[in-house]
Design a protein around this ligand. Structure first.
Ligand code: ATP
Ligand code: MG
Length: 387
């Protein structure tokens, strides 16, 4: 148990002292067994949410409807969730009703994959009723229970299966894969936000090419053509940042005609406005990629850094080029690429007698010159140029 952080261990001890069961569970147990530092700690307990809130000083009812209370500990927030005993999932998204009073076995049996369905007992022993440790060793993602039924209950699990296989480099076990193929159409019920979250985690993972399953099985057919089959190994050519990976995916889909517009595709997936605009502008910029530093400065001035980053990622993903590097070097030079970078400020132009719209016009003229002649961005030289 020495691997459990002190705050989490103390939290469990406190619940046990109150006569309740408490177990670290799910992703943190999986990560611990993999020898990775868990991102966050979840605890499952027989205590009711009100009881958890009464037992600890600092709590936040983060998901009280589902029985989740976040307890703030010296190791950060820990999600404490009461054992459930819920009925069905009529809509394939949310349990119809959440009732408490279940037990650990029931709690674990409702989890998605064997590797996510393990808990740690008070003695530090791993409680593993579904063979999660064996599947970790064999590097496979396998549903707990009957895969088709589990996907019918919650279609998000299909996207999670691919996401975990990409994050861990695991294969999807054959019965689980077979059910994915059969049940893919059910993802149409999911909200775009939830699809986007899983797809983004897949794109940013160490094995993004495993995400090809999302397309092969048609899990994304509400968003891309059913024939889409991008080669996602090329994602390794671009940095694992959200903007660059989304841009790269757009490029691969655009090239195959699987989407017609990057902005529309990303908007449908409810991406943030910054990413949508950068990728849409990047796709435009890609029709005439900057070939030298001066062209990059002009692109930066006209489209902004995000659009340039997107354009570079798109082209690099397509061709294995080095546009991102050229953009980075251009930025590192620190030359003027916006009106704000000019060595002559608006106030100084005002002092020189410029008024109203003439100020902006003068700035644009100066910027236009300086983009091609960065060495001229000095106050005296800019004053001279205005004459
Ligand atoms: P991550 O490192 O991405 O947080 P995680 O395994 O902790 O991975 P979460 O989405 O945080 O994933 O979920 C925590 C746990 O809750 C999972 O390990 C799993 O046991 C369970 N779980 C989450 N989502 C589902 C689901 N849709 N169906 C069944 N169980 C789920
Ligand atoms: Mg988690």
């Amino acid at each position: 148990t020495s691997v459990i952080p002190g705050g989490v261990a103390a939290l469990c001890a406190r619940l046990r002292a109150a006569g309740r069961e408490a177990y670290p569970v799910g992703g943190c147990v999986r990560d611990l067994l993999l020898g990775r530092a868990p991102g966050d700690w979840d605890v499952t307990t027989s205590a009711r949410p009100e009881e958890v809130m009464a037992l600890f000083d600092r709590t936040v009812p983060t998901g009280i409807k589902h029985g989740t209370v976040t307890v703030l500990t010296e190791d950060g927030g820990v999600e404490v969730t009461t054992f459930r005993a819920e009925s069905g999932y009529a809509d394939g998204r949310h349990p119809d009703a959440v009732t408490f009073g279940g037990d650990l076995a029931g709690d674990l049996s409702r989890r998605d994959f064997t590797i996510n369905a393990m808990a740690l007992g008070p003695d530090g022993a791993v409680i593993d009723p579904f063979g999660g440790r064996r599947d970790l060793a064999d590097r496979v993602i396998r549903c707990v229970g009957e895969p088709e039924r589990r996907f019918r209950e919650d279609a998000l699990r299909m996207l999670r299966a691919v996401r975990f296989s990409a994050q861990l480099g695991f294969a999807i076990e054959s019965a689980t894969a077979e059910a994915l193929r059969k049940s893919a159409g059910l993802t149409a019920r999911l909200s775009a936000e939830r699809v986007r979250t899983e797809l983004e985690k897949t794109l940013l993972s160490p094995w993004p090419e495993r995400g090809e399953g999302l397309f092969a099985w048609g899990l994304l057919s509400p968003f891309v053509g059913a024939e889409a089959q991008p080669d996602l190994t090329t994602l390794h050519r671009v940095a694992a940042s959200p903007l660059e990976r989304w841009a790269a995916l757009c490029a691969l889909l655009l090239d195959e005609g699987d989407i017609t517009d990057a902005g529309d595709f990303l908007r449908a997936l409810r991406l943030d406005g910054r990413t949508v605009h950068a990728c849409a502008a990047g796709a435009e910029l890609g029709k005439h990629m900057p070939r030298d530093r001066a062209a990059w400065r002009r692109a930066l001035a006209e489209q902004g850094e995000d659009a340039c980053t997107a354009a570079a990622a798109m082209e690099d993903a397509r061709t294995g080029g080095t546009y991102r590097e050229a953009l980075r070097e251009t930025l590192a030079e620190g030359n003027c690429v916006t009106v704000r970078d000019l060595a002559l400020s608006g106030a100084e132009l005002l002092a020189m007698g410029y008024r109203g719209a003439d100020i902006g016009a003068a700035q644009r003229r100066l910027l236009d010159h300086v983009l091609d002649h960065p060495e001229d961005n000095r106050p005296e030289r800019l004053r001279e140029l205005l004459k």
